[in-house]
Design a protein around this ligand. Structure first.
Ligand code: PGA
Length: 251
């Protein structure tokens, strides 16, 4: 089964960066895996255009292996009077099929209402990637249960074919530290078990990605671990050569 390799650029990039990034990626990728790139909102349209322009991929084509996603949803489904808002139809209009929900940086800095965002994303036919993670350096299973427990009604939706969760220990994001591979594996298994209890999704339809200081050196070991269905990469995804090499890994 293909793994999901996702690039979260966060607040980085420029028009020139976008151009060079996709030029290199599209010329060098093997498409062994499913790729999702999350550029900043202002670069979504250009990113989607560059992918669509390439003969084998279209951002709104479900068979496509390279997808574009929005990093965060500021305000729900439709047009409204929130200055600075971006809504789901706008993401769709700009070539996005994926959306990140509940990233810890957004939860803490923008006080994201991630539950309603998750609901809105599913309703509007996006594939959300729901980020969950514990704050302390030991794996705090109780905290994860708390976060996952919120989603029982939502994960029963028949609008999405699969549930995608990114397990991102907050202490591992941007720090160069990662949990032991066995801890990653057991937490992923725990997430799958909990979600299949809460929802109508079976294990095979629940994908759990790992995020937090993934790079070319540790990606193969992480991706090869049991119950790891992919990775969400921040810092290392900004180096297009490194990101492409991770995308091309054969697991
Ligand atoms: P990082 O970020 O790879 O730079 O640790 C991951 C993330 O925040 O999604």
């Amino acid at each position: 089964m293909k793994k999901i390799i996702a690039a979260n650029w966060k607040n980085n990039g420029s028009q020139e960066f976008v151009l060079q990034y996709f030029k290199y990626l599209l010329e060098n990728i093997n498409l062994n895996n499913e790729i999702v790139v999350f550029p900043p909102d202002l670069y979504l349209s250009n990113s989607a255009f560059l992918i669509k322009d390439n003969k084998c991929k279209s951002p709104n084509d479900s068979e496509s292996s390279i997808h574009i996603g929005g990093q965060t949803l500021i305000c729900g489904s439709g047009n409204n009077a929130l200055t600075g808002g971006t809504n789901l139809p706008m993401f769709h209009d700009n070539g996005c099929t994926y959306i990140l929900v509940g990233h810890s940086e957004v939860r803490s800095n923008l006080k994201e209402d991630f539950k309603s965002h998750l609901k809105a994303a599913i309703k509007d036919d996006f594939q959300p990637i729901l980020c969950v993670g514990e704050i302390e350096s030991d794996i705090k299973i109780e905290k994860l249960i708390e976060q996952l427990g919120d989603f029982d009604d939502i994960t029963n939706s028949n609008k999405i074919k699969r549930v995608i969760v990114a397990y991102e220990p907050v202490w591992a994001i941007g720090t160069g530290k990662t949990p032991d591979i066995t801890d990653i594996s057991s937490t992923h298994k725990f997430i799958k078990t909990k979600l299949s209890e809460f929802s109508s999704f079976k294990d095979k339809d629940i994908m759990v990605l790992y995020g937090g200081s993934v790079n070319l050196k540790n990606a193969k070991d992480i991706l090869s671990a049991p119950h790891v269905d992919g990775v969400l990469i921040g810092g290392a995804s900004l180096d297009v050569k490194e990101f492409t090499n991770i995308c091309n890994l054969k697991i």
